[in-house]
Design a protein around this ligand. Structure first.
Ligand code: BG6
Length: 506
C-alpha cells in the first residue's frame, strides 16, 4: 500500500459508538503501518464539549479497548495528531467556527486544502451537514480535494433516498461522495471477485444451466445491544438487506467487469440490481418472512426479547429477522431462485454464500437422494473465511453408497499476514480517493426500489405476519416455506467451516 496526500480527516459524530469501536482504532492501525501521510490531523467533531486533551485521552483508551492491531507502542505519538471541536450540527454559525479551526490546523500542520468529512452521525443529519459545509465553502476543491463519506442507511426508503441524493448533489459532485458499505471492505467479499474471475472452471457452471439456487445468510448472535433507538426505525431489512446482503448478491451474480476500475465494477452490480424481478405487493407474503426475537433461555440463562431491549417500544413491530426469495431476470440467472436471510440473536455469527448446483439428470446410486444434489460451493465470508466444495464420494465397502465429502480451503492457510478490518481497508481507500468498494447512487436507489413493495406491505399489510422466534434459534421455522418445492431447507451452518453440518453451539 502507498502513502496518500497530506490531509485532515474530520469525523462528525466523534463521541459516538462507531468512532470508538471502528474508525479511530482503524486509523491508528494505518498509522502503525506507516500508511498515514506525514502531515495528518484527525479532527473529532460532535455536540459534546471536550478539550483536545480530554478527547485524546478518551481515544487512547478506545484504541486499547477496541484493538485493531497488536501494537500499543505508538498510541501516545498518534494521539498528538488528534484535535477536537464541538458543534451544533444545524447552526450555520458553528460551521464558520469549524472552518476557522480547519484553516488553523492546516496552517499549523502544513496541509493544503485536502479534507475528508466522515458522517458518523444519525442519518437525519446526512443532508444537513454537507449543506452547511458547502455554505462555508468546505466543498470547494480549488485548494485541495474534499471528500464526503456517508454511512448507511442512505435514506429510509426510495423517496427519502432520492431527496437526499438531490440535496447532496446540489453542492457536491458524485465523485466526492463515498457511500460506505463496510461489507465491501471485507477481504473475503473482495475475494469473491477473484474466485469468480481468476478461475476458468467456475464461469461455465455459474449460470441457470448448472445452478439450482443461491442462498446467502448473514447471521448474528448479538441482539441490538445499545442501538435499540436506531434499530427501531430501521429493522433488519433496512439495516442489512438493503445494503450488505444486496451488495453480496451483486458480486455473486454480476458479469465479469471489463476492468477493475470502480466504474466498471459498479456498472455490473447496477445491471444486476436493475434486473431484480420486482416483488408484487400481493406476492410479498409468499416471498418474504419477517421475525422478531423473543425471550428465551440459553444454557440456563434468560435472554431478553427484542421488546425488552433498551430504547425499544414494548409493542414494537420492527423485524430483527428477514428472509427473502427473489429472481434476477437476465440470461445468466433466469429462473434461478435466490434466497437471502439475516437476523439478530441467531445461534452464531456467520455470513456465507451457498451455491447449490443442480442434481445429476439421472441419479444412479441411492433412490432417496434423487432430488438433492451432492454439490454445493460454500463461500464463507466470516468467520473462518474460506471456501468449501461438497462432492459425492463412494463410501468404502461393498455396494455404491454415496457420501458427501468436503474439500475445504481456509483463508488463514494462505498466509500469516494480518487481514485488515473492513473499516481499515475502506478508510484507507477514502484517503487514496479509490471508490471501487463504495456504493454508487444508482445502486442505492435501485436497491430501495426493489425493496419498496416489501417495506410498504410490512408496514401496512396485516396479512404478512411478524413471527416471534426464541433468541438463539435460527429464526422463524416458516422461513423453510420459502424454499421452492421444499426439497431442502436452508443450510444451518456452524461457526467452523470444517465442522460443517454440525449444529453449532449457542
Ligand atoms: C451494520 C449493522 O451495518 O452491520 C449492524 O448496522 C450489524 O446492525 C453489522 O450488526 C454487522 O456487521 P459485521 O461486520 O459484524 O457482520
Amino acid at each position: 500500500m502507498n502513502k496518500n496526500d497530506n490531509h485532515i480527516y474530520v469525523i462528525f459524530g466523534a463521541s459516538g459508538d462507531l468512532t470508538k469501536r471502528k474508525l479511530v482504532p482503524a486509523i491508528y492501525s494505518l498509522f502503525v503501518q506507516n500508511l498515514l501521510p506525514t502531515n495528518f490531523v484527525l479532527l473529532g467533531v460532535s455536540r459534546t464539549e471536550f478539550s483536545d486533551d480530554e478527547f485524546r485521552t478518551s481515544m487512547k483508551s478506545t484504541i486499547k479497548e477496541y484493538k485493531e492491531i497488536d501494537d500499543d507502542s505508538k498510541i501516545d505519538e498518534f494521539i498528538q495528531k488528534i484535535s477536537y471541536t464541538s458543534i451544533s450540527f444545524d447552526e450555520t454559525s458553528t460551521y464558520k467556527k469549524l472552518n476557522e479551526k480547519i484553516v488553523e490546523l492546516r496552517k499549523n500542520n502544513h496541509i493544503d486544502g485536502n479534507t475528508i468529512f466522515y458522517l458518523s452521525t444519525p442519518p437525519s443529519l446526512y443532508g444537513v451537514i454537507p449543506q452547511h459545509l458547502a455554505s462555508v465553502g468546505l466543498n470547494k476543491q480549488n485548494d485541495g480535494w474534499k471528500r464526503l463519506i456517508i454511512e448507511k442507511p442512505f435514506g429510509y426508503d426510495l423517496d427519502s433516498a432520492i431527496k437526499l441524493k438531490d440535496q447532496l448533489l446540489k453542492d457536491w459532485k458524485e465523485g466526492q461522495i463515498f457511500r460506505i458499505d463496510h461489507y465491501l471492505g471485507k477481504e473475503t467479499v473482495q475475494n469473491l471477485l477473484v474466485t469468480r474471475f481468476s478461475n476458468g472452471i467456475f464461469e461455465p457452471l455459474w449460470n441457470r444451466n448448472y445452478i439450482h439456487h443461491v442462498e446467502i445468510t448473514s447471521a448474528e448472535s448479538i441482539g441490538v445491544e445499545k442501538r435499540g433507538g436506531y434499530y427501531e426505525s430501521s429493522g433488519a431489512l433496512r439495516d442489512m438487506v438493503q445494503n450488505h446482503l444486496l451488495q453480496i448478491v451483486g458480486l455473486t451474480s454480476m458479469e465479469s467487469p471489463s476492468s477493475l476500475e470502480p466504474i466498471a465494477i459498479r456498472n455490473e452490480i447496477l445491471k444486476v440490481f436493475q434486473s431484480l424481478r420486482p416483488i408484487k405487493k400481493e406476492d410479498v407474503k409468499n416471498y418474504t418472512i419477517r421475525g422478531q426475537y423473543i425471550s428465551s433461555q440459553i444454557k440456563g440463562e434468560i435472554v431478553r426479547g427484542y421488546r425488552d431491549e433498551e430504547g425499544v417500544n414494548p409493542e414494537s413491530l420492527t423485524e430483527t429477522y428477514a428472509a427473502l426469495k427473489f429472481y434476477i431476470d437476465n440470461w445468466r440467472w433466469g429462473g434461478v431462485p435466490f434466497y437471502i436471510r439475516t437476523g439478530k440473536k441467531l445461534p452464531t455469527r456467520v455470513t456465507e454464500i451457498v451455491i447449490h448446483f443442480k442434481p445429476t439428470p439421472h441419479f444412479l446410486f441411492a433412490k432417496n437422494e434423487m432430488h438433492n444434489s451432492c454439490n454445493q460451493l460454500i463461500i464463507r465470508i466470516q468467520p473462518d473465511e474460506g471456501i468449501l466444495l461438497k462432492v459425492g464420494m463412494k463410501t468404502p465397502g461393498s455396494g455404491f453408497e454415496v457420501q458427501n465429502v468436503n474439500m475445504d480451503f481456509h483463508y488463514s492457510d494462505l498466509s500469516n499476514q494480518r487481514i485488515p478490518s473492513a473499516y481499515e481497508r475502506l478508510l484507507y481507500d477514502t484517503m487514496k480517493g479509490d471508490s471501487t468498494l463504495f456504493a454508487r447512487t444508482e445502486e442505492v436507489l435501485e436497491a430501495w426500489k426493489f425493496l419498496s413493495p416489501v417495506i410498504e406491505c410490512w408496514k401496512n399489510d396485516k396479512d404478512v405476519p411478524l413471527y416471534g422466534y426464541p433468541a438463539g434459534t435460527w429464526g422463524p421455522e416458516n422461513a423453510d416455506d420459502l424454499i421452492e418445492n421444499k426439497i431442502m431447507t436452508w443450510r444451518y451452518p456452524c461457526k467452523n467451516l470444517s465442522d460443517d453440518g454440525v449444529y453449532c453451539e449457542l
